[in-house]
Each structure stands twice: as C-alpha cells, then as structure tokens.
Design a protein. Structure first.
Ligand SMILES: [Zn+2]
Length: 64
C-alpha cells in the first residue's frame, strides 16, 4: 500500500464535473444521463455546468 502519487493528471483528461460523484473509471461507478440537461449537455444554449457539457455524469452505484 504505497500511494505516493496523489493529485495531478497524466494527460489532463481527468477532471470532475460538478455533477460527477466519482472519477470516470472508478470501480463501482457508472455514467448516468445528466439530470440537469437531460443528456443534451446544454442548458439554455449554454454548456451544462453539471456535466461540463458532456451530457452524462459519473455516479457511484450502490453507494450511500
Ligand atoms: Zn448536464
């Protein structure tokens, strides 16, 4: 158990959106349609801030 690497993204592809509950690829998590924009990625002609314009949010499954 040596977790020396903390923070810092390898290629900058990371980054959580406000609507994300877990990091993409996290075991036990999955993508759900963003409830804020309904999956369109846009709200009132502006990028949805919940999902970052992706239309999906990553949420934990079976979590509390
Ligand atoms: Zn959204």
């Amino acid at each position: 158990m040596a977790n020396s690497a903390r923070g810092g993204t390898p290629t900058g592809t990371g980054g959580l959106n406000p609507g994300d509950d877990a990091k993409p690829g996290t075991p036990g998590s999955g993508e759900n349609t963003c409830p804020a924009c309904g999956g369109s990625g846009r709200v009132e002609n502006a990028p949805c801030q919940e999902c970052g314009g992706t239309g999906v949010v990553t949420e934990g499954i079976g979590g509390g």
